[in-house]
Ligand binder design. Structure first.
Ligand code: FES
Length: 140
């Protein structure tokens, strides 16, 4: 999935239960890198005998196929000089996050459950009518 974090587009990947996150911008020409294909490093000990390394997932850019290690952001072709920003990823419960926000911001987020505003909706022929503040509006 691609998410926005403080104005940064970041791709979060779940590869066989392991989570990785990379900046969604290719250092070559700026493609949306995280819309590329997840693959593996291909290894061969001899001609015709090859295998994919399950421990080394790669992300292949959708524009020109540059490949980056999902774990570190290093490019496969020039790991010393070309990389994309990688991020640590954790899984935490919403209540734990709310509690940590309260501790760091002097009040912070209120723990849930949260309640959404709701509006009455009618359907007439091919339109959906949404009643907002006593006036009806057609949704197309
Ligand atoms: S823009 Fe990603 S490889 Fe060219």
């Amino acid at each position: 999935m691609i998410v926005d974090v403080d104005g940064h587009s970041i791709g979060v990947f779940n590869v066989e239960g392991k989570l990785f996150a990379l900046l969604n911008r290719c250092p070559h020409q700026g493609a949306a890198l995280c819309q590329g294909t997840v693959t593996r490093v291909l290894e061969a000990d001899q001609p015709g005998a090859y295998r994919y390394d399950a421990e080394r997932p790669l992300l292949q850019c959708p524009w020109h196929s540059w490949e980056f290690d999902l774990r570190t952001g290093q490019s496969y072709f020039d790991p010393a000089r070309t990389r994309v920003r990688s991020y640590d990823v954790d899984v935490e419960s919403g209540s734990a996050l709310a509690e940590s926000e309260e501790g760091t911001q002097g009040g912070g987020l209120q723990p849930g459950p949260y309640v959404a505003d709701t509006f009455a909706v009618d359907v007439e022929d091919a339109y959906i009518v949404v009643h907002i503040g006593g006036r009806a509006r057609k949704a197309t």
